[in-house]
Design a protein. Structure first.
Length: 151
Protein backbone atom coordinates (compact mmCIF):
# COMPACT_ATOMS: atom_id res chain seq x y z
CA UNK A 1 0.00 0.00 0.00
CA UNK A 2 1.32 3.42 -0.94
CA UNK A 3 0.94 6.14 1.66
CA UNK A 4 0.94 9.85 1.10
CA UNK A 5 2.32 12.69 3.16
CA UNK A 6 -1.23 13.48 4.26
CA UNK A 7 -1.63 9.96 5.65
CA UNK A 8 1.73 10.26 7.45
CA UNK A 9 0.58 13.52 9.01
CA UNK A 10 -2.50 11.80 10.40
CA UNK A 11 -0.66 8.72 11.68
CA UNK A 12 2.14 10.71 13.31
CA UNK A 13 4.88 9.07 11.25
CA UNK A 14 7.54 11.52 10.13
CA UNK A 15 8.80 12.16 6.66
CA UNK A 16 12.21 13.31 5.56
CA UNK A 17 10.71 16.70 4.71
CA UNK A 18 9.31 17.03 8.22
CA UNK A 19 12.71 16.14 9.66
CA UNK A 20 14.51 18.75 7.57
CA UNK A 21 11.87 21.39 8.29
CA UNK A 22 12.05 20.71 12.03
CA UNK A 23 15.85 20.75 11.99
CA UNK A 24 16.13 24.06 10.13
CA UNK A 25 13.32 25.66 12.12
CA UNK A 26 14.73 24.71 15.52
CA UNK A 27 18.29 25.57 14.44
CA UNK A 28 17.16 29.01 13.27
CA UNK A 29 15.41 29.74 16.55
CA UNK A 30 18.16 28.37 18.81
CA UNK A 31 21.01 29.90 16.82
CA UNK A 32 19.30 33.27 16.64
CA UNK A 33 18.67 33.39 20.37
CA UNK A 34 22.29 32.57 21.17
CA UNK A 35 23.70 34.96 18.54
CA UNK A 36 21.51 37.86 19.57
CA UNK A 37 22.30 37.27 23.25
CA UNK A 38 26.04 37.33 22.59
CA UNK A 39 25.68 40.39 20.34
CA UNK A 40 23.70 42.21 23.04
CA UNK A 41 26.27 41.39 25.73
CA UNK A 42 29.13 42.49 23.48
CA UNK A 43 27.31 45.67 22.44
CA UNK A 44 26.57 46.60 26.05
CA UNK A 45 30.28 46.15 26.79
CA UNK A 46 31.07 48.51 23.90
CA UNK A 47 32.65 45.85 21.66
CA UNK A 48 30.07 44.49 19.24
CA UNK A 49 31.14 41.28 17.46
CA UNK A 50 34.06 40.78 19.85
CA UNK A 51 33.08 37.26 20.90
CA UNK A 52 32.56 35.72 17.44
CA UNK A 53 35.71 37.47 16.21
CA UNK A 54 37.72 36.09 19.12
CA UNK A 55 36.34 32.57 18.68
CA UNK A 56 36.92 32.60 14.92
CA UNK A 57 40.44 34.00 15.27
CA UNK A 58 41.43 31.39 17.84
CA UNK A 59 39.79 28.49 16.00
CA UNK A 60 40.82 29.28 12.41
CA UNK A 61 43.91 31.46 12.64
CA UNK A 62 45.52 30.08 15.79
CA UNK A 63 45.47 33.48 17.48
CA UNK A 64 46.22 33.63 21.15
CA UNK A 65 43.25 34.70 23.23
CA UNK A 66 45.52 36.77 25.48
CA UNK A 67 46.93 38.82 22.60
CA UNK A 68 43.67 39.21 20.67
CA UNK A 69 43.02 42.89 20.07
CA UNK A 70 40.52 43.77 17.36
CA UNK A 71 37.53 42.70 15.34
CA UNK A 72 38.25 40.59 12.25
CA UNK A 73 35.18 40.26 10.02
CA UNK A 74 36.65 37.21 8.27
CA UNK A 75 36.91 35.46 11.62
CA UNK A 76 33.32 36.53 12.42
CA UNK A 77 32.10 35.04 9.11
CA UNK A 78 34.00 31.80 9.63
CA UNK A 79 32.70 31.48 13.19
CA UNK A 80 29.18 32.12 11.91
CA UNK A 81 29.51 29.13 9.56
CA UNK A 82 30.60 26.93 12.49
CA UNK A 83 27.75 28.30 14.60
CA UNK A 84 25.13 27.61 11.91
CA UNK A 85 26.44 24.10 11.25
CA UNK A 86 26.52 23.33 14.97
CA UNK A 87 22.93 24.42 15.45
CA UNK A 88 21.86 22.48 12.35
CA UNK A 89 23.35 19.35 13.91
CA UNK A 90 21.57 20.04 17.21
CA UNK A 91 18.33 20.87 15.38
CA UNK A 92 18.53 17.69 13.32
CA UNK A 93 19.13 15.60 16.43
CA UNK A 94 16.18 17.21 18.24
CA UNK A 95 13.89 16.84 15.22
CA UNK A 96 14.97 13.23 14.66
CA UNK A 97 14.39 12.44 18.33
CA UNK A 98 10.96 14.06 18.28
CA UNK A 99 9.88 12.27 15.12
CA UNK A 100 11.29 8.95 16.35
CA UNK A 101 9.42 9.18 19.63
CA UNK A 102 6.20 10.20 17.92
CA UNK A 103 6.34 7.25 15.53
CA UNK A 104 7.37 4.74 18.19
CA UNK A 105 4.04 4.50 19.91
CA UNK A 106 5.47 5.94 23.11
CA UNK A 107 3.24 8.92 22.54
CA UNK A 108 5.93 11.50 23.06
CA UNK A 109 4.57 14.96 23.27
CA UNK A 110 6.18 18.37 23.24
CA UNK A 111 6.97 18.48 27.00
CA UNK A 112 8.80 15.14 26.80
CA UNK A 113 10.96 16.26 23.91
CA UNK A 114 11.50 19.66 25.51
CA UNK A 115 12.73 17.95 28.68
CA UNK A 116 15.16 15.83 26.65
CA UNK A 117 16.45 18.87 24.75
CA UNK A 118 16.86 20.84 27.99
CA UNK A 119 18.78 17.90 29.44
CA UNK A 120 21.05 17.89 26.39
CA UNK A 121 21.56 21.63 26.66
CA UNK A 122 22.41 21.29 30.36
CA UNK A 123 25.03 18.68 29.51
CA UNK A 124 26.42 20.98 26.79
CA UNK A 125 26.52 23.89 29.25
CA UNK A 126 28.33 21.72 31.78
CA UNK A 127 30.94 20.81 29.17
CA UNK A 128 31.37 24.50 28.36
CA UNK A 129 31.85 25.36 32.02
CA UNK A 130 34.54 22.71 32.31
CA UNK A 131 36.20 24.08 29.17
CA UNK A 132 35.98 27.62 30.55
CA UNK A 133 38.15 26.64 33.49
CA UNK A 134 41.05 26.50 31.06
CA UNK A 135 40.15 30.02 29.90
CA UNK A 136 40.47 31.52 33.38
CA UNK A 137 43.79 33.27 32.59
CA UNK A 138 42.23 34.93 29.53
CA UNK A 139 39.15 35.98 31.50
CA UNK A 140 41.35 37.61 34.13
CA UNK A 141 43.30 39.39 31.40
CA UNK A 142 40.06 40.58 29.71
CA UNK A 143 38.74 41.85 33.05
CA UNK A 144 41.97 43.80 33.68
CA UNK A 145 41.75 45.26 30.16
CA UNK A 146 38.20 46.39 30.87
CA UNK A 147 39.26 48.02 34.14
CA UNK A 148 42.19 49.76 32.46
CA UNK A 149 39.94 51.22 29.75
CA UNK A 150 37.40 52.42 32.32
CA UNK A 151 34.54 50.14 31.22
Amino acid sequence: MVTTDVEHAHTGAGTRGNLVYGAVYSAAIGGSVVSLSVLLIDALAGRALFTPSLLGSVLFFGASAETFAGIDLTAVALWTVVHVLGFLVLGTAASWLYQGLRGSGIGADFPTVLALVVLGEAMFLGANILAAISMTPFLRWAYRQGEASGR
